[in-house]
Design a protein around this ligand. Structure first.
Ligand code: ATP
Ligand code: MG
Length: 176
């Protein structure tokens, strides 16, 4: 169940019949957001961001906020998903992108995942020529940052589609 109001979404998740309310907000942080382009397949990048938002919601307590931000660096575009959730122990940080790795199956049993989401996300990001990084502290939350090379703006939406160019501002309008 998703209620959208401009760039703010209140996402109510149903987990094993229990409802969970997490506030998801999006922001584009750039001088001129119309000039933010990446060279990437729309579905691929959407899958990557969707997995990160799903995790952020799954591993956060109710009534916390998940923020999705897009910003531009010199030649890069950064997509950031920030949560105030349970966090990831330091000893697990370099393993979470492995297939089937889950930090503690007991603590995340409720969410019933398979441990594939982040492995898929990393593949998607690399397919688009980008990198993914994580910061996390237990009890404080996690920040996942996707960094992609910035592309030149294309002339029309039509050429953007054939060239596979995606305006990254799309990401905060995605459906989760
Ligand atoms: P799937 O995504 O396949 O349904 P999953 O969520 O368990 O299952 P991944 O998305 O690959 O698998 O994440 C791997 C593990 O990393 C998770 O089981 C969880 O322990 C930890 N993790 C991932 N994202 C977060 C987060 N935002 N906060 C806390 N822990 C996280
Ligand atoms: Mg997951």
């Amino acid at each position: 169940q998703v209620k959208a109001e401009s760039k703010h979404i209140n996402l109510v998740l149903s987990l094993n019949g229990k409802q969970k309310l997490v506030h998801v907000e999006g922001a584009v942080n750039a001088v001129d957001e119309d000039d933010l382009f990446i060279n990437a397949d729309h579905e691929t990048i959407k899958t990557a961001v969707k997995n990160l938002v799903e995790n952020a919601v799954n591993y956060s307590p109710e009534h916390t906020t998940v923020a999705v931000g897009i910003g531009s660096g010199d030649d890069e575009v950064a997509i950031r998903v920030v949560d105030q959730g349970i966090g990831i122990p330091e000893s697990s940080l370099d393993r979470i992108f492995e297939r089937f790795y889950r930090v503690d199956p007991a603590r995340s049993r409720e969410t019933g995942g398979t441990g594939l989401g982040l492995a898929i996300t990393k593949h998607c990001v690399q397919d688009c020529g980008g990198t993914i990084a994580v910061w996390s502290r237990e009890g404080e939350g996690s920040t996942f940052t996707i960094t992609l090379p910035q592309a030149q703006a294309v002339e029309t939406a039509e050429t953007a589609e054939t060239a596979g160019n995606v305006q990254t501002a799309e990401a905060d309008r995605m459906e989760v």
